[in-house]
Design a protein around this ligand. Structure first.
Ligand SMILES: Cc1cc2nc3c(=O)[nH]c(=O)nc-3n(C[C@H](O)[C@H](O)[C@H](O)COP(=O)(O)OP(=O)(O)OC[C@H]3O[C@@H](n4cnc5c(N)ncnc54)[C@H](O)[C@@H]3O)c2cc1C
Length: 245
């Protein structure tokens, strides 16, 4: 356990101890163009209604595909008829102030509830040269994407961040942008598994990553590829091994 780096100018610096630290690629966001990814995986932009299994043959034929991977996030509640899936609405503010160090990333519990659980966090993570992610807001079972920069929750989030790192106060609050979405949580955790309802099924499910979709992406993709190859090799829907992390 060690104290925070001396260059961190925070009124809480002396009260905090670093439990662990790791080296991470802070420029990851620069290398991934989400528009390119979206175009790659969703060329027809077709919304699927109801159980994916009912659309299986039609989709395989339309897309000349051998396998369907269901990576529909919160949509899996409907497409995989999985009632364990629920949304956790959240938002982050993004824009990196000039001179903000690339290696200063913080994730701290900021509010303790009566039952001892932690509900609010200070989340300050540089993503690339231009982007600093400030988070976060967590609202269980809220399907509405209705936060704005002047929402009380967003202002409170900003105050938590600037209370921890006062240097952020110098950035222009109004010119910041807000990104929000529904984190696809599951009461059972992540699911990466072949659909086992019928032996000949050609669907592999990969959803329920909660608030860690980017973090878990590579490992889950590897497991998913293994399942797809198994189905293609054996011609059957594997033994429907369920991988819950
Ligand atoms: C506020 C916020 C903060 C986050 N912070 C972090 C973080 O700190 N670390 C981290 O690792 N991750 C973070 N994430 C990522 C998040 O946690 C998710 O895990 C991740 O986005 C899930 O990715 P996914 O590809 O499974 O689902 P999604 O990104 O939701 O993609 C699902 C896709 O399926 C499509 N789809 C859904 N239903 C249908 C349908 N019926 N028909 C056709 N298409 C459909 C959607 O249009 C979408 O394109 C954050 C997300 C949010 C919103």
């Amino acid at each position: 356990m060690k104290t925070l780096d001396e260059s961190v100018d925070s009124p809480f610096r002396d009260q905090l101890r670093v439990n662990y630290h790791c080296m991470a690629d802070a420029n990851g966001g620069k290398k991934v163009n989400s528009r390119v990814l979206a175009d790659l995986v969703d060329p027809k932009k077709q919304e699927i209604i109801g159980d994916l299994r009912l659309h299986e043959q039609e989709l395989l034929s339309d897309y000349h595909a051998d396998i369907i991977v269901n990576a529909s996030g919160i949509g899996a509640r409907e497409l995989a008829t999985d009632t364990q899936i629920f949304p956790v609405h959240g938002a982050v503010k993004i824009r990196r102030p000039e001179g903000y160090p690339a290696d200063h990333a913080f994730l701290l519990p900021a509010q303790m509830n009566h039952d001892g659980s932690v509900s609010k966090a200070v989340f300050i993570v540089p993503r690339n040269d231009h982007t600093l992610v400030i988070g976060s807001i967590t609202q269980r079972n809220n399907w509405q994407l209705n936060l704005a920069l002047d929402s009380p929750e967003v202002k409170a989030m900003w105050e938590r961040a600037t209370g921890f790192l006062p240097v952020l106060k110098d950035t222009d609050h109004e010119s910041q942008s807000l990104a929000q979405g529904l984190r696809p949580f599951s009461h059972l955790n992540v699911r990466v598994s072949a659909d086992s309802r019928v032996n000949t099924c050609r669907i592999v499910h990969k959803y329920g990553h909660g608030g860690s979709g980017w973090t878990l992406a590579v490992g889950c993709a590897r497991t998913c590829v293994r399942l797809v190859e198994e189905i293609l090799d054996t011609g059957r829907s594997a033994n429907a091994e369920v991988c819950r992390l």
